[in-house]
Design a protein around this ligand. Structure first.
Ligand SMILES: Cc1ncc(COP(=O)(O)O)c(C=O)c1O
Length: 408
């Protein structure tokens, strides 16, 4: 029996304070105690069900965390004010001065910048490797390594991590395997494949309406308690707390994630196949030509497809920019970073979300100037979208007009 993440979300049942079908929003930063002793116990972490202060935890954040833990199949979870607000405390909680991280070199630019430029200030160093080559990953491990870090489907190159293979390496070397699953919610369940900690930027598919930033760390009760510890917990002390009003709205959006992911995946697969047939260099994990197509298939849960992200290469940054501007003019989507919206979003990662990565390293990892990253929307008529996108490409001489058949 496969893992069924959407069933786990469906099965949650919360009642609001007055019998409402949604849990009541806890609109408070602080909480009263009936006895001083309970306050003391709560600070010590020994009063289950009591709330202390909303930077530590709040009922609304716990509801959302519980739902996301159910989705990922972990013991529990801690929500944060942004994806980076989830990623950075995990790294700082697990590492101290002198420690080392082995990370995929194709990760979100902000995470890359944090590991490359920020953590060295605390004498935490990172080796960036080709995560698809398990030998290279293992060779990079030193006696100081604490974390193996990757994205299940990487931003922006859509490389797929062999999570089982990486989990084996992590176990052998006593490392924590931390997986950012932002690009493949529901499709891939990293904890079920052996990851120790699963992170999401909720900003993307999970919230799905591009109206807020948010993040989550899913893991064991022990690790989440460490993050929240009032004395040395990185989440508690760095203070990247999600507001209760927001966590309530993200929880409501989470309930339609399964339907949205199915439509994102359906549309992205349709376009990827068409673009590839047109002769465009297209990368999509659902294409048989993707080097990790079989690997993705071996890891994926039933029903949610290969995700909503694809890339095409149109040869140069100028052409990419012209195409994106034209597609926006024709109302096909927005020239914008981020992902997981009802409209298609497109950007050229080399000059935007991955601009933190130096040019020579971009080249090295195959991040070319003409690359356009698409987050495909929920379009009801994807064939119409394709025809309109194709017309833009013809107008810009990226594609030839389709041959018209003449009868003799
Ligand atoms: C894969 C991935 N992880 C993490 C983040 C950071 O999330 P946030 O912007 O919510 O801080 C992003 C943002 O683009 C991302 O694409």
């Amino acid at each position: 029996m496969g893992f069924k993440p959407a069933n786990n979300i469906q099965d949650l049942q919360y009642f609001g304070e007055f019998g409402g079908v949604n849990p009541s929003i806890s609109d408070s930063s602080t909480y009263t105690f009936l006895s001083a002793k309970t306050m003391f116990d709560t600070f010590e972490g020994n009063a289950d069900g009591c709330y202390l202060y909303s930077r530590h935890s709040s009922p609304s954040n716990l509801y959302l965390g519980e739902a996301l833990a159910a989705m990922e199949g972990t013991e529990t979870a801690n929500v944060a004010a942004s994806g980076m607000g989830a990623i950075t405390p995990v790294i700082l909680q697990l590492c101290e001065a002198g420690d080392h991280i082995v990370s995929s070199r194709t990760i979100y630019g902000g995470t890359y910048a944090f590991l490359k430029n920020f953590t060295p200030r605390f004498d935490i160093k990172t080796s960036f490797v080709d995560i698809t080559n398990l030998d290279v990953v293992e060779q990079a491990i030193t006696s100081k390594t604490k974390i193996l870090y990757c994205e299940s489907v990487s931003n922006p190159l859509l490389e797929v991590a062999d999570i089982k293979g990486l989990a084996d390496i992590a176990k052998r070397h006593n490392l924590q395997l931390v997986v950012d699953n932002t690009f493949s919610p529901l499709s891939i369940s990293p904890a079920k494949l052996g990851a120790d900690i699963v992170i999401h930027s909720l900003t993307k598919f999970i919230n799905g309406s591009s109206d807020t930033v948010g993040g989550v760390v899913c893991g064991t009760q022990e690790f989440i308690d460490q993050l929240r510890n009032v004395n040395d917990g990185a989440s508690m002390l760095l203070g990247s707390t999600m507001d209760s009003l927001r966590s309530a709205s993200v929880l409501k959006n989470l309930r339609t994630l399964h339907i949205r992911m199915q439509q994102h995946s359906l549309n992205a697969k349709y376009l990827a196949e068409k673009f590839e047939q047109d002769g465009l260099k297209t990368v999509y994990p659902g294409l048989a030509s993707h080097p990790s197509h079989e690997l993705f298939k071996s890891m994926m849960n039933d029903k949610y497809g290969f995700g909503g992200m694809l890339t095409i290469d149109v040869g140069s940054l100028d052409t990419a920019n012209a195409l994106m501007e034209m597609m926006q003019e024709k109302n096909l989507g927005y020239l914008a970073v981020s992902l997981g919206f009802y409209k298609t979003l497109f950007s050229a990662p080399g000059s935007s979300t991955s601009s933190e990565i130096p040019e020579d390293e971009q080249k090295d990892m195959g991040l070319s100037d003409g690359l356009i990253r698409f987050s495909i929307g929920l379009d009801a008529d994807i064939e119409r979208t394709y025809n309109m996108m194709r017309a833009c490409m013809v107008e810009l001489n990226i594609l030839e007009p389709k041959e018209s058949f003449t009868t003799v």
